[in-house]
Design a protein around this ligand. Structure first.
Ligand code: 48F
Length: 257
């Protein structure tokens, strides 16, 4: 049978449309497809929660692809090795507490694992705002990234969710929107974004976990966004904190849902 281009188009449109419609209301919406967002999505989906992840770029993976300075290896400390094992990611012992993994294997395995567990990923979509009510955040305002990049005046669409996770890394984009629209209301010491501090890997890795929490009703921060919001330092290409942060936010949300 000859292949029909229109059937190919029909298949893609119908399947994508179903994905979009099915995710207009979710338990959790994750913003950012880096390691923390993917791990959070994996564990939430595995627990049977309805969870969608929005990623601005065409490719999922955030800052993990490039390892350190494009040397595509990541370092993971012992306390997070069980999370690599959960996804079948191979690793090598380097010395003492330090292990390494191929960054490409890590990010592709996290992505495949999360999607197979039930996470729905929407790539090339940017979150530009939140849906807000007096009781807190109720959803996300989304648009195509190419629309955002071209600066086109195109109104967005909105999805409803019980909880949002800002896993946008250094940029803390969802938190920034909240601060702009409702100043002074974050649960940080100043009520605003404290701002990321300079490199201090040891301190940063522990703080990432402490800082993974609800920052505003309905909004959690995870991964590097948690440290940037609470004024923690950056840590560079060591990823245990990112993985553990995603696991922590998923556990907390599973309890609350
Ligand atoms: O930066 P990123 O990988 O976040 P993470 O999970 O991990 C941080 C590490 O990669 C590294 C580090 C620790 O070793 O410091 O940087 O905290 O991924 C964040 C993702 O969010 C996307 C962005 O494209 C990236 O892939 N993103 C940012 N803003 C938006 C967004 C937005 N408004 N809408 C959708 N996606």
């Amino acid at each position: 049978m000859a292949l029909d281009e229109v059937v190919i188009s029909q298949a893609i449109i119908e399947r994508y449309y179903k994905k979009l419609i099915d995710n207009l209301e979710t338990d959790v919406a994750i913003v950012g497809g880096g390691p923390s967002g993917l791990i959070a999505g994996y564990f939430l989906a595995k627990a049977g929660k309805k969870v969608a992840l929005y990623e601005r770029k065409l490719s999922i993976g955030g800052g993990m692809w490039g390892g350190g300075m494009l040397f595509n290896e990541i370092v993971v400390q012992k306390s997070a090795i069980h999370l690599l094992e959960e996804f079948g990611i191979r690793y090598n012992h380097f010395k003492e507490d330090y292990y390494t993994a191929d960054s490409i294997e890590a990010i592709t395995s996290l992505t495949a694992g999360a999607i197979r567990a039930g996470l729905t990923v929407f790539n090339c979509i940017s979150v530009e705002d939140v849906m807000m009510r007096p009781e807190g955040i109720m959803g996300l305002v989304i648009n195509w990234s190419p629309v955002e990049m071209a600066g086109l005046h195109v109104d967005p669409l909105t999805v409803r969710t019980k909880f949002v996770v800002d896993a946008t890394g250094h940029a803390t984009e969802v938190v920034k929107v909240v601060v702009k629209k409702v100043p002074g209301k974050l649960s940080t010491p100043s009520g605003a974004i404290e701002g990321e501090k300079s490199m201090w890997a040891d301190k940063a890795e522990n703080l990432t976990l402490d800082n993974t929490q609800e920052i505003f009703p309905g909004l959690y921060v995870a991964g590097m966004a948690a440290n940037a919001t609470f004024g923690g330092p950056r840590m560079g290409p060591i990823f245990g904190g990112m993985l553990l942060s995603g696991d922590k936010v998923a556990k907390e949300l599973i309890q609350r849902l």
